[in-house]
Design a protein around this ligand. Sequence first.
Ligand SMILES: C[S@@+](CC[C@H](N)C(=O)[O-])C[C@H]1O[C@@H](n2cnc3c(N)ncnc32)[C@H](O)[C@@H]1O
Length: 486
Amino acid sequence: MAEASRFFRTTLIPSFSQNSNPLHRTSHSHSQPILRRNTIRCSVSTSGDTTKTTENQRIPWGCDIDSLENASALQKWLSDSGLPPQKMAIERVEVGERGLVALKNIRKGEKLLFVPPSLVITADSEWSCPEAGEILKQNYVPDWPLLATYLISEAKLMNSSRWSNYISALPRQPYSLLYWTRSELDRYLEASQIRERAIERINDVTGTYNDLRLRIFSKYPHLFPEEVFNMETFKWSFGILFSRLVRLPSMDGRVALVPWADMLNHSCEVETFLDYDRSTKGVVFTTDRPYQPGEQVFISYGKKSNGELLLSYGFVPREGTNPSDSVELSLSIKKSDKCYKEKVEALRKYGLSMSQCFPLQITGWPLELMAYACLAVSPPSMNRQFEEMAAAASNKTSSKKDIRYPEIEEQALQFILDSCESSISKYSKFLQASGSMDLDVTSPKQLNRKLFLKQLAVDLCTSEQRILFRAQYILRRRLRDIGAVN
Ligand SMILES: C[S@@+](CC[C@H](N)C(=O)[O-])C[C@H]1O[C@@H](n2cnc3c(N)ncnc32)[C@H](O)[C@@H]1O
């Protein structure tokens, strides 16, 4: 969902570009269900913070997903509307609260679902209030804000919308960092770069809503009354999009909400993803393992880090189970650097800045990170190589060669190690403090929510710190190998 932030930055209104470049790639399916470690459950509809008045407003749509409220009505409506008989049913599950569970033996390589296009919501779906849809299209509103508005517009019609059974079964408050307050983000995610990403995303959503309000909603209050189209309802609809929208590669990458398919939970151990199947004319996925009756069936939401999963979907996979996990390491050119100006200029030329984040994985880090570190430590005598280093630090060069500067390798490795260690100490501080953290709550409801958020933050920070420890080990070993005493 870094992708989502990028999407917003590039298409965000004011320019109302139609070149939306949305986010979720969906892959799917899985093998062994992952048991969620933390057992603290919290109805996400429990607003914990009273800093904003809107926080206390309750979204009138959807349901609490810790029950199966509205699930059977959804299943009945779907089969009455053309969904073929299924080998799965919605049930309460260990991972993801509600999910799709096999009713019969399912073979590896079997196609499942077959959701027809008539049951899929896209930017081309018909509006119950066509005038509202027309106005958005005339104003070139991109797919994401358009779909967010569509969802609210249909939700407000309750039973008169054709999607009413679908909307009633959506979470009343999706799990997502959009619902964390600024003080919760600051407190629980201080050590993680995901905090910045969450703030950016919240600002993007707020900016998008404000822009729609100024440019469109305020001009047509009879179609978009503020009691219905407000920040709170937009937070809900964007939360739904972030956690359920899929991109369908075989439909030219179009984004869609796919009722029924969006009841599938994610597993990091499967690779199969949703797509439109031209031969059967429906949205399907192909299992990459067999399932027995009673087992939960999984898909993959894409190769995302734990932080990205928390950001968009509000969960953190069990420690060590996500091979795509990564942590962002921030490197900066020191202001006291004699060549600060030249280095920053070289970086700018390649779209980088004096402070840059690079993803570390348990298996290593990108070549770009080493190039950036070389630039950061290189002395004035190497100024002719600054551009080459900046180019290598960006992913804009076509040549992916591992440029080497033996004369500064040790300093560069030490520079990365110092950044790693400073990051590790931030995580340690948070993780130590989390045990005795005063949660500052006034009701059991708030306590439940804060414990839940804290546990998510502890899970995220533990997994990110683990990657940093691994990088620290590798860097120390390399420094030893090149003869530097550390
Ligand atoms: C596309 S929906 C899947 C259906 C969802 N469980 C429901 O009841 O509506 C995505 C949401 O499911 C939950 N989810 C999916 N995979 C999960 C997992 N591996 N662990 C915990 N929660 C998960 C998260 O709340 C996420 O925001």
